[in-house]
Design a protein around this ligand. Structure first.
Ligand code: SF4
Length: 384
């Protein structure tokens, strides 16, 4: 049975999804990045966009509650290419009224035409990859933009009428001092976005940084400084009126990312494009990496077998615990799995709570401040 035929037969609730579109083109590969993205491949953008529209058509009949253009660098798309993707989405899927539609942007890319096209199609949220405002650190981590590109790009986006803005920042960068970090936080807050995604550097093996580290050529910040940077971040964000609703996410009231929240409450989403992952109809599946393979065959292949209930349960628990403010709601868990959370995890919860990593608030479980620092240890405890 073709996917559109299958979609026509499934209950309406199963047709509602988040839609992630992967745009794997970057002007330059950053030294820390191991995402599926490629520099110097711009000549393939048209063919890639055409393949994406074929994949969108394969899901005809689904209802998009959120749409997220990630990458890579979606803002390397031209207006005509963005227009082709948005028009395919609206032609084949039902884009729900009030759907959250986000695009990731790199400072210094895009321009007035692209922002206008985005605005005209209802892309009302932009997420900018700022990382740091230090020109030396930007060079050291292999970014392609300069600090002054950030306010310039933001202004042009706001001029086009898109005012819901998120900034990405990174800390614990090689050679970064506390003063650098404080300065980046101040400059980022001065730009008055509604949302931040903030990560400490994770060293990935298959990156330029990974290779330098193996050769002893990369000095990482020490653990004490990283902890102090995390504490400074928490103090500054809280003072500025932001609340941390997920391990890496800070928001002004009511401006949480609805698309990303789908991931954390383990709700279905489809991922379109090379390397993109999907979780739909209790199946996780992904395209392989590489632009040529995707362009040749962009149609998704769903695994025959759904995931086991145990796998879904474990994922639901540790993804839910990423929500540092709301926590993992016991009622939502019980409704989904037909039993109280304590039936399987009562002992684990008691142990983690007595170790000071988790708090049991009666109706929900939540990571403590120490649990956030040691979150991977907490998540591993829920794997049977
Ligand atoms: S711009 Fe983003 S996706 Fe592209 S290489 Fe840098 S970190 Fe990776």
């Amino acid at each position: 049975m073709s996917l559109p035929d299958l979609i026509a037969t499934i209950p309406e609730a199963e047709r509602r999804v988040g839609v992630y579109l992967h745009i794997p083109f970057c002007v330059k590969k950053c030294y820390y990045c191991d995402f599926a993205c490629y520099a110097g491949q711009e000549k393939h953008i048209d063919a890639y966009v055409e393949a994406l529209t074929r994949e969108i058509a394969a899901y005809a009949g689904l209802e998009a509650e959120t749409i997220y253009f990630g990458g890579g660098t979606p803002s390397v798309l031209g207006s005509r290419q963005l227009d082709a993707i948005m028009s395919a989405l609206h032609r084949h899927l039902r884009v729900m009224p009030g759907a959250e539609v986000t695009m990731e942007v790199n400072p210094g890319t895009g321009g007035p035409d692209l922002w206008k096209t985005a605005h005209d199609w209802g892309i009302h949220r932009m997420s900018l990859g700022v990382q740091t405002f230090s020109p030396e650190l930007l060079k050291r981590i292999g970014r392609d933009h300069a600090p002054e590109d950030v306010p310039r790009t933001l202004e042009a986006i706001r001029d086009a009428g898109i005012t819901n803005l998120s900034l990405d920042l990174m800390y614990a960068l090689p050679g970064q001092t506390m003063a650098d970090w404080e300065d980046s936080i101040s400059k980022a807050l001065a730009l008055a976005p509604q949302h931040f995604s903030i990560y400490s550097l994770i060293l990935e093996e298959q990156t330029v940084f990974g290779a330098w580290h193996r050769k002893g050529k990369l000095k990482l910040v020490d653990e004490d400084l990283e902890i102090a940077m995390t504490e400074a971040l928490e103090a500054r964000m809280t003072d500025a009126g932001f609340s941390q609703y997920e391990i890496s996410s800070w928001t002004r009231p009511g401006m949480e990312s609805r698309h990303n929240t789908r991931y954390w409450i383990n709700s279905p989403f489809i991922g379109l494009g090379t390397g993109a992952h999907s979780y739909w109809r209790n199946r996780r599946y992904a395209h392989g990496p590489g632009i040529p393979d995707y362009v040749r065959d962009p149609l998704p292949t769903l695994p025959e077998e759904p995931m086991s209930e145990r796998e879904i349960r474990e994922e639901t628990v540790f993804l839910g615990l990423r929500m540092t403010r709301e926590g993992l709601l016991k009622a939502r868990y019980a409704e989904r799995f037909g039993e109280a959370l304590e039936v399987r995890y009562g002992e684990t919860v008691r142990r983690l709570a007595s170790d000071g990593l988790l708090e049991d608030l009666g109706d929900r479980l939540r990571l403590t401040a120490r649990g956030i620092m040691l979150s991977n240890e907490v998540f591993a405890a829920f794997i049977e």
